[in-house]
Design a protein around this ligand. Structure first.
Ligand SMILES: [Zn+2]
Length: 382
């Protein structure tokens, strides 16, 4: 009978925090988890995504139902490490909180998923069905890892999915999509005393961006859970000398999309409007640099109901059930699933703590989610 002690759980989390899985270093996390699974006779597969980036997939049980559990292995940069109270890559406990980069987003969730797999396997607890553990790479930079898992068919037979992203008091069952565009305007340089000799790349781009801003942010369409689409121009670069007409201007835009006004429609609109500018002398080019669709499910499932009850039982909290503006790997993993698909994001930590200096997760909640996940799988596979 295998039962992980609190010391073992802390040790494993601490080992993972010590792996600086910032920028393409997730392979070390994958190898660590692969070794851990192997110690308990669970085979796992490294799924290469690029030359340097990999996912890890492990499975226990067989047949239906197939439960997908997922978390990302990458963390964002620690930023200025001197701003941290303790070393970001040394798990440090203070006042019931576990500090370190990635404790909250989302190694506490990831470790729980892995350890639950091991206990279920070791103790032969899984009565029916399959649990597929999917650890992804590059979630923080466009979701290349989850895209690969979707493309390779790992989601085809999956009937339930949860992502252990930090959200200990709220179950998220729908979220917006995220679309990044780079817009380049090409003009012709000239001296600013004779602007007619050139073509100012800034002018059409400014007008274009403002027009797109009005069109998108002014659009009336609204999702019942996710509200309206939002667009922001977040980067604008042009010019290098005050008395020269700029020959190039580049802007970057992020759009948070909804099913009623989705990524494809937004991209088409950017292109159509760019064409009208281009017919009038501008030279504007639209590039899609990232496109993650929104996730819209009804939230009506036995999984969500059970998770709510288990949250009350183990965390002592009334768990809210909501939509969210933030994206997760589910954008890719659920590409061909419909509204009825049971999906949730629910894990130890807080969404607002993600990416912060002095990131932490509550120790009690870290332990509690182990029990929540384990009981949830047992209930769903009874
Ligand atoms: Zn995350």
């Amino acid at each position: 009978m295998k039962q992980f002690t609190e010391e073992e759980k802390i040790k494993i989390l601490s080992d993972l925090i010590a792996i600086k899985s910032v920028n393409e270093n997730e392979i070390e996390v994958a190898n660590y988890l692969k070794d851990l699974f192997a110690q308990y006779g669970i085979e796992s597969t490294i799924v290469p995504v690029t030359d340097t980036r990999v996912n890890l997939v492990a499975e226990i049980g067989s047949g239906k139902p197939v439960i997908g559990i997922s978390g990302h292995m990458d963390v964002v940069s620690a930023g200025d490490e001197t701003e941290w109270t303790s070393d970001p890559f040394t798990l440090t406990e203070r006042d019931g909180k576990l500090y370190g980069r990635g404790t909250n987003d989302m190694k506490a969730g990831l470790v729980n998923l892995a350890l639950v797999m091991i206990e279920l396997k070791e103790n032969n607890t899984l009565a029916n069905g399959t649990v597929r553990f999917m650890a992804t790479t590059g979630e923080e930079v466009g979701g290349a890892g989850s895209k690969k898992l979707y493309d390779e068919g790992y989601m085809e037979d999956v009937e339930y999915l949860w992502v252990a992203e930090p959200s200990h008091d709220t179950i998220i069952y729908s979220h917006k999509g995220s679309l990044n565009l780079r817009i380049t305007s090409i003009g012709e340089a000239a001296h600013s005393s004779m602007p007619d000799q050139g073509y100012n790349a800034i002018n059409p781009l400014m007008k274009y961006l403002l027009e797109m801003d009005e069109k998108l942010n002014g659009d009336e369409r609204k999702n019942e859970v996710l509200d309206k689409l939002v667009m922001s121009t977040t980067i604008f670069n042009a010019g290098n000398q005050v008395n020269s007409i700029p020959e190039k201007a580049v802007a970057e835009i992020n759009v948070r999309t909804i099913p009623e006004f989705d990524n494809e429609e937004v991209i088409a609109l950017f292109n159509t409007i760019a064409d009208t500018y281009n017919q009038n002398g501008a030279n504007i080019k639209v590039e899609v640099t990232m496109s993650l669709p929104s996730v819209f499910t009804s939230g009506q499932s036995n999984m969500v109901e059970l998770a709510k009850e288990l949250g009350k039982k183990h965390l002592g909290l009334d768990i809210a059930v909501k939509g969210s503006p933030g994206v997760t790997d589910a954008s890719n993993l659920l590409r061909d699933k419909d509204e009825t698909f049971p999906f949730m994001m629910f894990g130890p930590g807080e969404t607002k703590m993600a990416h912060k200096t002095d990131e932490y997760v509550y120790k009690d909640y870290y332990f509690a989610f182990f029990d929540i996940y384990k009981e949830l799988i047992i209930s769903l596979t009874k």
